[in-house]
Write a protein of this length. Structure first.
Length: 307
């Protein structure tokens, strides 16, 4: 009977595990293999060079510049995105005026607001990048942002935006926050819906304000969801390829101010035909991503709260 149960489990898992191994694990293994060669991507032969590509990577100013920008985005994008998602979700679900016989209520039209917040999620990232590229257009007649600032008399705030070295990376990071915050509004709203209303009602009747209920009830009970969201947004911040490629000046400009690791990998492989060196960058990205995920799951761990 016991052997029959295991044969049944193996029968169901064999094909999915085989597919996963071929299409997920195998490319990772091949990337490690290619990173040890000088393969150009244009010929069928490649010479084994050992760890030379990683040594070259360690001494590359361009790679460290790209990694530094990814770290900046890793510190900024998840924090702002999750904070806004929590704030809007909390206000939509328990921030409404108290009604008769209801201590805790959401704002009127909360379902419509959730739809509006979530709308960027159904738009292709390419379309989002093109839209915001035109919004940031420095021409006062064509650029929506500069036109708006001029229309309200704030001409002094008009800028080149994506052409300004000190602003370009933060402008792209702001677009990343805008495009993902709606997903977390919906995610956190769904998680809040599972929290018993009695807990909020008891706290409010005891004199707690909304600030107290958020930090003492909502956030602790949503912590597992927040932790998972932090990892997910961190991985997105470490990518940022599509937005940077489309929105930045000359892909990574001005003067390397928006260069990120995925873009550096892409240019190295497809522009410079150094696939072995690019594969080494991919391995480095994997290490950075896995390190971030493990550290986040380790240090953000809290005692599980049951209710």
């Amino acid at each position: 009977m016991q052997h029959g149960k295991y044969r049944f489990i193996v029968g169901f898992l064999a094909l999915p595990l085989l597919i996963y191994g071929v299409f997920v694990i195998s490319p990772f293994v091949q990337a490690f293999q290619i990173s040890m060669t000088d393969w150009s991507g244009l010929v069928g032969t490649a010479e084994f060079v050992g760890l030379d590509n990683f040594g070259k990577l360690w001494e590359s100013d361009e790679f460290w510049n790209a990694l530094r920008h990814n770290v900046y985005m890793l510190a900024f994008v998840p924090l702002v995105t999750l904070a806004l998602g929590l704030f809007f979700a909390f206000m939509l679900n328990v921030g409404g005026r108290r009604r008769k016989n209801e201590v805790v209520t959401g704002v009127a039209g909360s379902r419509f607001y959730k739809f509006v917040f979530f709308f960027p999620q159904v738009i292709s990232i390419t379309i989002i990048a093109v839209i915001w590229f035109n919004i940031y257009n420095p021409d006062p007649d064509d650029g929506m942002l500069n036109s708006l600032l001029g229309a309200v008399g704030l001409d002094s705030l008009q800028n080149a935006w994506l052409g300004e070295k000190s602003l370009a990376l933060w402008c792209i990071s702001a677009v990343m926050v805008w495009s993902h915050v709606g997903f977390y509004v919906v995610l956190f709203s769904a998680a809040m819906a599972s929290i018993p209303r009695d807990m909020y009602e008891a706290a409010l009747l005891d004199g707690a304000n909304r600030f107290d209920t958020f930090f003492r009830i909502t956030l602790p009970l949503l912590w597992d969801t927040v932790q998972t969201g932090w990892v997910y947004m961190g991985i997105i911040a470490l990518d940022a390829f599509a937005l940077v490629q489309i929105m930045s000046v000359n892909m990574g400009g001005p003067d390397g101010a928006t260069d990120v690791m995925p873009l550096r990998l892409y240019l190295t492989a497809f522009r410079d035909s150094q696939f072995g060196y690019a594969a080494a960058m991919g391995v480095a990205m994997l290490i950075v991503t896995m390190t971030f995920a493990v550290l986040t799951m380790r240090f953000a761990r809290r005692e599980r709260i049951e209710y």
